[in-house]
Design a protein around this ligand. Structure first.
Ligand SMILES: Cc1ncc(COP(=O)(O)O)c(C=O)c1O
Length: 404
């Protein structure tokens, strides 16, 4: 009998495919709702603007249906590029031109293309730590030599960044880029101060170190003033600024972007094998943004998420045993919890899951050691009652572990 193809096909995969593992096959996001879901970064399902999206879709189809359903330019539909540039100028303080833009299949594809364009197996990159799970995945599948630099509550620690750069130079290596989520960081919720951003830009310019600024949560600020972006602060073209419509309109639209200097955009675009990105949803989002509905909707989301954040912080204060600490985010979706001495995040996560609450496992946000006493909590998906209930359950588990 012939050997099963899977036996000999295993030898044929590229080194990249071998490193990548199985990806999201078999994972059904709908199952997230079977528990109180503090584990993922899922937007609030009840806040999706379904009627406005229907209206925008109808208008886009009636006005320009032949092109809304057609292939589109590789860098994105002109209508969406125009609206995105307007939005970035107004909300992010970013001045850019169409040649700086690449529309992508979510922020995830933007990051995937950047990793693909810059990282060969063994190449060094520097990342804040802990860091976004999707970027951890890109590091693993690219075989990157990841140098993790810790965060404090103002951003990546400068002395540690400098130390890492010196160490790399001593090894004769040069980092391909520095990866950061400067606003309401995933997973810790912290926001880089302006002073820290300026220090990092100065170091990056001195070392010719590109910066990947992943600003997925930029618009979801619940208090305080906007801090200038790295992209806006830099005048040397070393920043690749990535973002997404997932958290402010709909994750299912699968639309994100990279803003960067045109030669970087050309290299990323050359690696993009889908020819054009979600033309139909691009037309819908262009209409949604152009009509002013997006701005109104962001205002509404900020109220919803601010309230949920406050409820979760208050519940933690009331329920958690002494020795537990956590961050207080000024925006975004996430709170990073440090458990009391001797309590394992993995045990708490497993036990909470048994009792119907999912949490993010701290160790998943590092490529090496770290996060053993941490869990990440997201307050975006569940309503206030569920948040109360979920935190009471987790606190019960932590108390049992402290007493064990
Ligand atoms: C920090 C960060 N970057 C990028 C993304 C990418 O999201 P998407 O691919 O849905 O645009 C996410 C989503 O959770 C995120 O948290």
């Amino acid at each position: 009998m012939a050997a099963q193809a899977t036996e000999w096909i295993d030898d044929l995969y590229s080194s990249r495919a071998k490193l990548a593992g199985p990806g999201m096959v078999g994972i059904n996001p709908r199952r997230v709702a079977e528990v109180i879901a503090f584990g993922g970064g899922y937007p609030d399902p009840s806040s999706f603007p379904i009627q406005d999206i229907l209206d925008s879709a109808r208008i886009a189809l009636e006005r320009d249906g032949e092109w809304a359903l057609q292939y589109a330019p590789g860098s994105g539909t002109p209508e969406l590029v125009t609206e995105l540039l307007r939005k970035l100028q107004r909300d992010q303080g970013i001045s850019a031109a169409p040649e700086n833009v690449l529309i992508t299949n979510g922020g995830s594809q933007a990051l995937g293309l950047i990793w693909e364009a810059f990282v060969n197996p063994g190449d060094a990159i520097i990342s804040e730590a802990p860091f976004f799970l999707g970027a951890v995945g890109r590091c693993e599948s690219s075989g990157a030599d990841v140098r993790e630099v810790p965060l404090d509550d103002e951003g990546i620690v400068i002395s540690a960044l400098e130390h890492e750069l010196e160490r790399l130079a001593g090894e004769g290596k040069r980092a391909k880029f520095l990866y950061l989520v400067p606003n309401f960081q995933n997973p810790t919720g912290i926001t880089y101060t302006e002073e820290r951003r300026r220090q990092i830009i100065e170091i990056a310019q001195a070392h010719q170190l590109p910066i990947v600024e992943d600003d997925a949560y930029h618009d979801l600020r619940y208090e305080g003033e906007r801090v200038p972006t790295f992209y806006g602060l830099d005048d040397s073209g070393l920043v690749m600024y990535t973002g997404t419509f997932s958290k402010i309109i709909s994750a299912g639209m699968r639309l994100g972007w990279v803003i960067a200097n045109p030669s970087i955009i050309a290299h990323l675009s050359g690696l993009k094998t889908d020819f054009s990105t979600n033309t139909f949803t691009s037309h819908i989002v262009a209409e949604f943004a152009g009509s002013g509905t997006l701005q109104e909707h962001i205002g509404h989301l900020k109220e919803v998420y601010r309230e949920r954040r406050d409820v979760m912080l208050q519940a933690l204060e009331t329920e958690m045993p002494d020795g537990t600490t956590w961050t207080r985010p000024t925006g975004g979706f996430f709170i990073w919890v440090t458990l009391p001495e001797g309590v394992s995040g993995a045990t708490v996560a497993a036990e909470a899951q048994q009792r119907g609450v999912s949490v993010g496992l701290g160790t998943n946000f590092y490529t090496g050691a770290g996060g053993e006493r941490n869990i990440r909590l997201s307050y975006s998906f569940n309503d206030e009652d569920e948040i109360h209930k979920g935190i009471a359950i987790i606190a019960g588990v932590v108390r049992e572990q402290v007493e064990a």
